[in-house]
Design a binder for this molecule. Structure first.
Ligand SMILES: [Zn+2]
Length: 287
């Protein structure tokens, strides 16, 4: 009586099978990063984004290690025991996210490295999943933001973190400037997760963040009058941007931050429970 259901079920099963197989093949076919710096302008306007459910991206430890070793200096500096912890956290983080790539092709470096920037920021904290943000959108280049209408290389909105891939890679490759859009947006997300949402709050982070409010506020006002070149004009107009840029400087040039603003450097070490200048002599106090 219901014989007509069988071909429909078969068709659904076939579509499911092929769609999932295609996801794995597409995301894993790039073993390296060649060409990503040369994304063509026309790639910026793709009508149908690629969508990858992180729980279906089954990267092996070896793949994580290869990609991180090649592109992520922070990982390379870690002791073996912390490398293992980094990969374990990375796997869990990816598992909990949906990655939307506005490009013709998805590369495994995209979910791995974007997630790695979040793991870097939260590596000394107990809670690292940024669970409020279940969607990460990746644009090949700077993209248009609405309300207000402007060109962006990253932002955090609703439950989504948006990042431009080209600028994200530059943030890790360029050792001579203080910019890193990945860390910048993850810093916004971490703040938002802990102060604007009611769920998955890290009490230790919230409490220690008062140090940043107190010490950062003084420096924020000093920088408004006499900038020493660490912060952009953008950062000294908005305290949230000052927080996000402080994180970029803390990771990209911790020696300069410590030299000019030792109190702020120390506060960030305490808040994040890590010390980039003294690792591994100062190990993380908790995991
Ligand atoms: Zn910002």
């Amino acid at each position: 009586m219901y014989i007509w259901i069988i071909p429909i079920i078969l068709a659904i099963a076939l579509i499911w099978h092929f769609s999932h197989t295609r996801i794995r093949q597409t995301i894993t076919e790039s073993a390296d990063q060649q060409g990503h710096d040369k994304l063509a302008q026309e790639d910026a306007h793709i009508e149908c984004p690629l969508v990858y459910n992180g729980s279906e991206l089954e990267f092996s430890d070896e793949v994580f290690h290869i990609v991180l070793s090649k592109h992520f200096q922070y990982y390379n500096r870690l002791l073996d025991i912390d490398k293992e912890k980094f990969i374990n956290r990375l796997r869990k983080f990816i598992h909990n996210k949906i990655f939307v790539i506005h490009d013709k092709k998805g590369y495994r470096e995209m979910p791995i490295l974007l997630s790695a920037s979040a793991i870097q920021l939260t590596f000394g904290l107990k809670k690292f999943l940024l669970s409020h943000f279940n969607i990460i959108q990746i644009f090949p280049e700077a993209f248009v933001g609405l309300e207000p209408f402007r060109i962006l290389i990253g932002n955090v909105t609703g439950n989504t973190i948006n990042i431009a891939w080209k600028q994200f890679l530059e943030g890790y490759k360029n050792k001579y400037d203080l910019q890193n859009v990945g860390l910048h947006e993850m810093a916004h997300a971490l703040y938002y997760q802990n102060f604007e949402t009611e769920l998955y709050i890290d009490k230790d982070f919230r409490e220690s963040f008062q140090m940043f409010n107190a010490i950062g506020d003084k420096i924020y006002h000093v920088e408004k009058v006499l900038t020493i070149g660490l912060y952009s004009e953008y950062a000294i107009k908005d305290f949230q941007e000052f927080w996000a840029e402080s994180i970029e400087i803390y990771f990209k040039s911790p020696d300069r931050l410590q030299l000019h603003y030792p109190e702020l450097y120390k506060a960030l070490c305490d808040i994040l429970n890590q010390d980039p200048l003294n690792y591994p002599n100062h190990l993380f106090q908790s995991s």
